[in-house]
Ligand binder design. Sequence first.
Ligand code: GLA
Length: 385
Amino acid sequence: MADLRVSVTEAFRHRFGAPPVHVVRAPGRVNLIGEHTDYNDGFVMPLAIEQAVWLAVRPRDDDRVVLHSTRATEPADFRLGAMERGDGWGEYAKGVAWALQAQGHELRGLEGVLASDVPEGAGLSSSAALELAVARALSEGAGLDWDPADMARTAQRAENEWVGVRCGVMDQMASACGVAGHAVLLDCRSLAVTPTPLPAWTTVLVLDTGTRRGLVDSAYNARRETCERVARVLGVPALRDATLDGLQAAEDVLMPTQVRRARHVVTENARVLAAADAMRQGDAARVGALMAASHASLRDDYEVSSPALDAFVEAAQAQPGCYGARMTGAGFGGCVVALVASDRAEAVAEAAALAYRQWTGHAPTAYRVRAVGGASLEPVPALFL
Ligand code: GLA
């Protein structure tokens, strides 16, 4: 939100006694459809959202990077020339610096302050937003060209190889390549980005279950390994290349769980492409039906939903004006995404949250989100020039 631009700038001036040289923004994302397909070289349909990481910085003359976060007591503090693994939020920043340097880029030190209103652990990509904000600031400081898809890959590499989470490229691509007013159809193999308009008179709601995923990394990595194993058995480079017929033909040599996992990926890819068509035709009801089918597949075949997510999906889908709802992100907790008629948005959010709270006892939040552009360099608020 725009006020973080001002508050992060104020925080910078307070700490360093001068205005920042650059202010950057990198958004979180919500995924409309296409879950657990990205690391199978498949298709996804996220939108970058207003909730974002904001970072106010100035270059340093040495090779130190010092970033203070309004969410943490300890700053990220490291030297570009002597990077060592540690723990905490600073590893994401360090990982990005490491990945950029591993690609041969010469970086400059910088110092600054960051603030974020992307909820953590909610499935809205707070870490990808942090990575892209740091990438944007380091690139600006070093005078590097900003190629969004390239930077998304770099940030993914940071998370895979420095932080140790084997995530796909969706979150980083969404944060880097978001398009205002649009969802983006991403081909996670070619990295082609196709801006896709939301159907007219529809609104996207985020319904936060108030539950946070626990030990999700190991379950996530295990799903990914299963997919890779099935692809090998089927003799295809990735499950993106598999078909339901091919899967059926191999049922004898696969475990039933492996078949279900792969079936989710194959059918989910088809649903994303069908949703993209329906969106182009403005067919909100069809998009909603595909979202509902996506949730059922994630719940039953991929088994990454949770009772809280299922309850909120059900509560949303029972409301008039809700076209469809599903869990969004890695799963096991976090948020539901719903596509609703704009004139019913408030009513659906309120009624679904109430029903969900009554069923589960959890404290939900529900809000509409707006699709915004990807990571950007922002004007330093005039007030401080
Ligand atoms: C997390 C990962 C993404 C993607 C989703 C599931 O958000 O970071 O790469 O795999 O889970 O679709």
